[in-house]
Design a protein around this ligand. Sequence first.
Ligand code: GLN
Length: 450
Amino acid sequence: MISLKEALKLDNNGVVELRKELKEKIKANSHLGAYIEQLTNTELSDEYSGIPIAIKDNIQVKNWSITSCSKILQGYIAPYNATVIEKMLSRGLAPFGRTNMDEFAMGSTTESSFYGKTLNPLDNAYVPGGSSGGSACAVSAGIALAALGSDTGGSIRQPAAFCGCVGFKPSYGRVSRYGLAAYSSSLDQIGPITRSVEDAAILYDIIAGYDERDTTSANVEFVSTADKLDANKKYKIALVKNYTDEASDEVKNSIYLAANKLKEAGHEISEVSLSSAKYAIAAYYIIATAEASANLSRYDGVRYGRRGEAESLGAMYATTRGEGFGAEVQRRMLLGTFVLSSGYYDAYYIKAQKARAFISKAYESVLEGADALLMPVAPHAAYKFGELKDPLTAYLSDVYTVSVNLAGLPAISVPVTKNADGLNISAQIIGAQWGEQKVLDIASSLERSC
Ligand code: GLN
């Protein structure tokens, strides 16, 4: 499969050929479960012509079904394009197939999708990560040129790490959320999943920028990155020591390997500790579930998708939601409703917001002395199917990704090495707000030396 950079140089016939070739490959690899509604989907794709980009099923493409891989949204058709889709279309890129994900982007394995699971292309006995598991699988397996995912607490970076590709979450506010099905509005961010850092920069440049239709979009100057991408520039990079200590031995070793490679490449490496580390998971799972409980209240059987049969209006709401949402989504809405309820609001929600401010400050202060931070993406490589037994264990494995969303920072995951089972291990580079260029430059340098 060619790169996005090369695809942008193709003429019309070349793009048509590429789309044809890709359709064949997708059909031949349907066992991976990367795309949903395989056939209709690729046929539907021809409504839009252009360089094919795989789209996570929570980003709206006009006239296409969008379900967030939930039963509750079956039958719903998107009435307009998300801003990222409009931007892609204006640059000759086109949505091409919807990719599998955890229901409403809640999860780390892509096992909670209404459509069934996605396999890890590196070894089919393992999960692809989540929630953007379909996008990462498709890119890594060479059945997508590049893909869009969304990252609320790691859902671009972690599946990219599990599947062995590049996943980039821009600063919060950099990419419009208009047309993205909301999970946790103050954390959600769309970003690219690609096979190289350069392709990530190219796709990021295309989708980023201020959008007046998203009130949380940042009205700050956007400067393109791909044309300035420089793997030779030297930076100050700080290894987050206390985070690395908690990881499995193979992950820990990979991070030290990455630090050494970066040092050999001429960067200055130091060590820092993030005092806020222990609050991240609790704060994230309070804020994310609180916002999710509000956001998902709109799915009531009246306005969107599937409606449950019942005698009265109240019973219809209950049946629709009871039948339509999966177990994990229900768990999170209950948790979110609980932390927002009077009597518990101060004890949980307000405290979590204070912890969030503390986490942002802690990042700010370590980033005063460094251009970027280096740490793992996940404490271990991909899980085997069925290995994750309880939700809490899954939540705890988000330890390295969620605090970045709480602070709204840009971060990328880049493959570093393979473990004894042939699974990928990546490193995470985190920058200051709007520091995308530095993050991409360092990632590019790391990619070159790994
Ligand atoms: N695993 C995290 C969660 O379940 C992150 C999900 C995401 O980024 N969408 O909330």
